[in-house]
Design a protein around this ligand. Structure first.
Ligand SMILES: NC(=O)c1ccc[n+]([C@@H]2O[C@H](COP(=O)([O-])OP(=O)(O)OC[C@H]3O[C@@H](n4cnc5c(N)ncnc54)[C@H](O)[C@@H]3O)[C@@H](O)[C@H]2O)c1
Ligand SMILES: [Zn+2]
Length: 361
């Protein structure tokens, strides 16, 4: 079965994608296809891709996996290989991988010879549900995430849920956080279904991907260049980004979604405090997230560092920090401000949910 989501400029195909993919190839007739992979997607995803692609002029570029390679040096390697292979403007780039491959490959394609066509084949849950809509492409620069990039749309996005079969459980959990977020900000009904999940290995992700993608679609189409409404997608991310940066320096960095899960608990608390989200709803959110995600304590000594980080992250006035909060579940309110004192309270609220026995510092 295949489902499609039609955006203004391109279509996302979800499910049994191969026929649609070959039809697109047939209509585009590219001079060559350049497939960007990392060592994992070369091993786990490229075989399925090659078997199902009816096209001879294939050219594979492999880069090392990981966010630390999402930088200008890797772009230079990609562009150089494309130059060496005489890639022309009629070529098509295929980004076969997670968000790192999609963001960087899309950026390299959109800038190579002023832009060649590209398609996204996201292979992680995070990239399928989040990076595949919105047209944001780019790389990290001077330690600042996604600070260089462009908005550009792919020719199409192909989501084959079977790619997830080889994805490590921790990566699945990380991507799941964005699905949870979409339901909390926009779809109370889906939140009900999500709460019934007990084993992530048993989930048919197609079932959640399509509604979740539609939510992101609605928000992004209403605000393609991030002027306002798109801030709705920041729920959990103001605190979450700061937490992610904090643990980046630790022995056990958190994956993006793991940090966002903590951020969603903290920001649900702020939603309770500032907007009157029902306490029982706050409890449901916290309990569910702590059931799925590891219980990570945020040391009290980190709080002021986190607040400084949040101040830097967004345009904020004095001691107030901007949030997108929820009330009730399924409805988001952008441009809500909280004082740092309240944010610290929300971090205490989070820490106190964690059994004291595992507090190590
Ligand atoms: N453009 C956007 O709107 C947007 C949205 C969200 C995130 N992002 C970006 O996405 C990146 C994170 O994406 P990610 O979480 O997909 O990370 P990732 O691309 O680093 O992939 C995570 C890991 O999974 C491996 N992998 C990928 N597919 C696999 C598969 N099918 N089987 C086994 N292993 C596989 C990768 O090699 C990597 O080691 C960040 O750079 C973030 O900025 C962009
Ligand atoms: Zn996110």
């Amino acid at each position: 079965m295949i489902q499609t989501i039609s955006l203004q400029n391109y279509t996302i195909h979800i499910g049994a994608i191969w026929q649609q993919w070959n039809a697109l190839l047939h209509s585009l007739q590219p001079s060559k296809i350049v497939v960007l992979v990392d060592e994992n997607t070369r091993k786990y995803c490229l075989p399925m891709f090659s078997e199902n692609t009816n096209f001879e002029h294939f050219f594979v570029i492999e880069i090392p996996s990981g966010e630390q390679h999402k930088n200008i040096d890797t772009c230079q390697i990609i562009w150089s290989k494309m130059m060496d292979a005489n890639v022309d403007r009629k070529a098509l780039m295929v980004n076969l991988g997670g968000g790192v491959i999609g963001d960087m490959g899309g950026f390299c394609a959109s800038t190579f010879k002023r832009g060649i066509d590209f398609v996204q084949f996201p292979t992680t849950l995070l990239s399928q549900v989040d990076a595949s809509i919105g047209g944001k492409l780019g790389i990290d620069f001077q330690e600042v995430k996604n600070s260089i990039g462009v908005f550009a749309n792919p020719k199409a996005v192909f989501i084959e849920p079977h790619f997830l079969d080889t994805l490590p459980a921790r990566e699945i959990r990380s991507g799941f956080a964005e699905i949870i977020k979409h339901s909390l900000i926009y779809d109370a009904q889906q939140w009900q279904q999500i709460q019934a999940i007990t084993d992530l290995q048993q989930v048919d992700w197609t079932h959640f991907l399509v509604p979740s993608l539609r939510i992101k679609q609605q928000i992004v189409e209403a605000d393609p260049y991030e002027k306002g409404l798109r801030k709705a997608l920041n729920f959990g991310h103001t605190v979450g980004h700061a937490v992610e940066s904090y643990f980046l320096q630790s022995e056990r960095p958190l994956l993006h979604g793991e940090a966002i899960a903590i951020g969603m608990i903290s920001e649900a608390y702020l939603s309770y405090k500032k907007l009157g989200l029902a306490y029982i709803e706050l409890e449901h959110i916290s309990q569910f997230l702590l059931r799925i995600y590891d219980e990570v304590i945020i040391p009290n000594i980190a709080f002021s560092w986190l607040i400084e980080m949040m101040k830097k992250d967004k345009k904020n006035e004095q001691d107030l920090i901007n949030f997108s909060l929820i009330h009730p579940i399924g409805k988001v309110h952008i441009n809500q401000t909280s004082h740092w004192v309240e944010i610290i309270e929300s971090l205490h609220f989070y820490n106190e949910l964690i059994p004291q026995t595992i507090i190590t510092n």
